[in-house]
Design a protein around this ligand. Structure first.
Ligand code: PHE
Length: 487
């Protein structure tokens, strides 16, 4: 009771006067206020809205014309008795004449006779009498205009004459429920109360004298869906913020890369299974990149015999043409190695969150396009423990407390690890990390340890959003998007 607004109380009282049921228009209150109060009362179970679909008619243009000028058959009888059809058609227009004559004949108001080879209109007694009287059709048209109901029979004639059309309307009745009656019987008093505290009310001291309306925290409120960022974008923003707060700088790369930067510089052997057509999208245009010869030679040597890195290399013949091929980058580690090649002086802490491409079949956990969260810490005395620490910290800031590391292998890191999180009782792989090998670092003059990682964004999003299917992230399902809380 205390949670009712003055308007709701007023509506309850007015409904009581009307024996507990009334159409909104019958209530002596502004219609929007009635509807507003009624919907709140309905959510509180004090009134019920009965809705009935009713058929209504409205006049068409033709109907309006019939009303204004009279029915065509009436005009016909009044003006054209004894005239030839030819003449009538000339004056009324062919179409209108056909309508008028058709209805006049049907009603028995006229005959068509042949005289001197001409067809002549001759009105009957009935016609003369009726044509000066108001017709059923006209009465019905007037009723409709006044918003009154008409008989089915006449309605179907008028519909046939295209003078009216049907429209459906919902008729609402507001009905007091038992709970509503209970409250009404107990007695309702409307007193002025404060439902919104304003600076004026506080300043004037008015609040001391008046009653405050209680909040009904259980009251129904309509859902609203203001615009918001897509969950993946929200997630990217959040991750950006986390790395920025940990002192990292963001770097960006390009979707299209050369094999040299995407793979060779990372000491991925040229016959590595990941390079074949299964995993990598190679580009047609451009199909190759020009690459600086000394860079090519330098990387070639590392692959062939290790060059000056202290390694024996892979021991095969490096193919420079393979190195020049253009591809869609398969990982963002390419951003990192490019950055280090340009900035070989420690220290550095950089990250990127960007899209990568792989020839994967699409299913509930795989996408051919996804994002990686890539990063490095490049500084003197950096070590494997720090790498695990920074990853643990990152995932904990993302809300993952339970993660584990497993030994792993990447051609460009040693040691290497894999990060897994527990989800729905299973361990799921979220990314890889490690310390760059000398074969990767030394050719670019990188002499201190580089801690590097590459983490999947969509997998993580899937877990955070509780999705069963990773593809959901790329469907534009507006219902689902609306239902998501802000991350
Ligand atoms: N590039 C690896 C991948 O795509 C991840 C990785 C990055 C591993 C850096 C080690 C170091 O899975």
């Amino acid at each position: 009771m205390e949670a009712l607004s003055p308007m709701e109380k007023q509506l309850l009282l007015l409904l009581k006067e009307k024996e507990g049921r009334a159409k909104p228009e019958e209530i002596e209150m502004e219609l929007v206020k009635v509807m507003n109060a009624a919907s709140w009362l309905q959510s509180k179970g004090l009134v019920r809205m009965e809705e009935r679909l009713i058929k209504e008619y409205e006049l068409t243009k033709e109907g309006e014309r019939f009303l204004k000028e009279g029915l065509p058959e009436k005009i016909l009888i009044a003006k054209y008795d004894g005239k030839s059809i030819e003449e009538i058609e000339k004056e009324m227009g062919k179409k209108e004449a056909a309508i008028a004559i058709g209805w006049a004949k049907r009603k028995g108001w006229c005959d068509i006779l042949k005289r001197d080879g001409k067809k002549i209109l001759v009105t009957t007694e009935k016609g003369k009498e009726e044509a000066s009287r108001e017709q059923e059709e006209e009465k019905a048209l007037k009723s409709i205009k006044r918003g009154e109901a008409i008989e089915e029979e006449i309605a179907s004639i008028l519909k046939r004459r295209e003078a009216i059309r049907e429209k459906e309307k919902i008729e609402r009745t507001i009905v007091l429920t038992d709970k509503g009656w209970e409250i009404v019987r107990k007695g309702i008093t409307i007193e002025e109360e404060i439902s919104q505290l304003t600076p004026e009310i506080i300043r004037s001291g008015e609040w001391k004298k008046k009653k405050f309306r209680k909040y009904d925290v259980k009251a129904f409120a309509p859902s609203i869906y203001p615009g918001k960022l897509h969950p993946l974008t929200q997630l990217i923003e959040k991750i950006r913020k986390i790395f920025a707060e940990m002192g990292f700088k963001e770097i960006k790369g390009s979707y299209i890369e050369s094999c040299l930067w995407n793979m060779d510089a990372l000491f991925i052997p040229q016959d590595h299974p990941a390079r074949d057509m299964q995993d990598t999208f190679y580009c047609k245009k451009p199909s190759t990149f020009e690459i600086d010869d000394s860079l090519l030679k330098k990387i070639a040597r590392v692959h062939e015999d290790g060059g000056e890195t202290g390694s024996k290399g892979w021991g095969y013949r490096f193919d420079e043409n393979e190195a020049k091929r253009a591809l869609l980058r398969t990982h963002t580690t390419v951003n990192t190695i490019r950055y280090l090649a340009n900035n070989p002086e420690p220290p550095a802490k950089v990250f990127s969150i960007e899209r990568v491409f792989r020839r994967e079949n699409i299913d509930s956990t795989h996408l051919p396009e996804f994002h990686q969260i890539e990063g490095i810490i490049y500084e003197k005395d950096a070590n494997f423990g720090m790498l695990k620490g920074i990853l643990k910290e990152f995932y904990s800031r993302m809300g993952f407390e339970k993660i584990r590391f497993r030994p792993s292998y990447f051609p460009y890191t040693e040691p290497s690890l894999e990060i897994e999180v527990e989800w729905r009782g299973k361990w799921i792989e979220l990314g890889g990390a490690g310390i760059f090998r000398p074969e990767v670092a030394l050719p670019f003059g990188i002499e201190e340890p580089v801690l590097a990682w590459g983490l999947g964004l969509e997998r993580m999003a899937m877990i955070l959003l509780g999705l069963n299917d990773i593809r959901m992230l790329y469907f534009s399902d507006i219902g689902w998007l609306r239902s998501l809380p802000l991350l």
